[in-house]
Design a protein around this ligand. Structure first.
Ligand code: ZN
Ligand code: ZN
Length: 263
């Protein structure tokens, strides 16, 4: 739309091999950068609860080879890796890379589960505390909090619902900066209908997740402007970033396996 440019194409929810993603931070940067389309991405690997059952099962299955959580001991090395790749991304692709984490609670009692992204935090945040405390800690660190897939209800037995924040939105709305109205292939219309501030992310775990819901922001390409644009939530739009070259049948296949996996 003439006069309404430029919007920045953004994805604020990306996992790497620091938790359960398939690609390293460097490979993620190259994948997004080489499209020539993206302006802003955030690396948001999982911080899990100490006794996360799924991670324990996963570690057993991979004989301890794969880590599923950015533990306190690994957090500084994680931030250094993201900072290094962020510099490279800016130089090579003019891509802004924001550090972050997804503070992930997978209780057996799924009513209590929340997944909260913390953008641009400087210190590790434990997942072993109530969601309210996590949100306060993100504020204290002057980060931005995102309620991830807040309306994701269990549809399969091994899946985990993450509705705690949404179910308690009256109490928590002031503490949550923004809600994911779309995650990968899913649109949570109930979020936007309530006029909450919204955002759309891929929840990237593997290359095909590049093609998914994304956010358009109209602001300058630096952290302060992006944070302000997310919070004020005025010049914002959701967009479905599609693979122009893939067939409808391929897209259908992606949808069937994409939505449920890796949560
Ligand atoms: Zn995620
Ligand atoms: Zn999640």
């Amino acid at each position: 739309m003439p006069g309404y440019e430029p919007f920045l194409l953004c994805d604020f929810h990306v996992h790497t091999t620091w938790s359960d993603g398939r690609l390293s931070v460097r490979d993620v940067v190259d994948l997004y950068g080489q499209t020539g389309r993206f302006d802003v991405i955030a690396i948001t690997d999982h911080i899990l609860m100490k006794r996360d059952l799924m991670a324990r099962a996963g570690r057993m299955l991979t004989l301890g080879r794969k880590q599923f959580s950015v533990t306190p001991e690994r957090f500084d090395a994680y931030l250094r890796d993201v900072a290094r790749e962020s510099k490279r991304a800016e130089k090579l692709y003019n891509l802004l890379v924001i550090p972050g984490a997804e503070i992930t609670q997978n209780h057996i009692q799924s009513r209590k589960n929340s997944h909260i992204i913390a953008l641009n935090i400087k210190e590790h945040i434990s997942a072993d505390q109530p969601a309210e405390e996590i949100l306060r800690e993100i504020r204290r660190q002057r980060g931005v909090s995102i309620a991830c897939h807040p309306h994701h209800r269990t549809t399969r037995r091994i899946e985990i619902s993450t509705c705690y924040l949404w179910d308690h939105r009256k109490k928590l709305a002031d503490l949550v900066d923004v809600w994911e109205a779309a995650n990968r292939d899913d649109l949570f219309s109930v979020t936007s209908l309530k006029h909450f501030p919204y955002i759309a992310n891929s929840d990237f775990h593997k290359p095909k997740h590049l093609y998914s819901w994304k956010t358009l922001l109209r602001c300058d390409k630096n952290w302060e402007s992006v944070a302000e644009a997310i919070r004020s939530n005025v010049d914002i739009a959701l967009t479905l970033y599609r693979n122009g070259s893939c067939t409808a049948a391929e897209r259908e296949g992606e949808g069937a396996t994409g939505a449920a996996g890796d949560r």
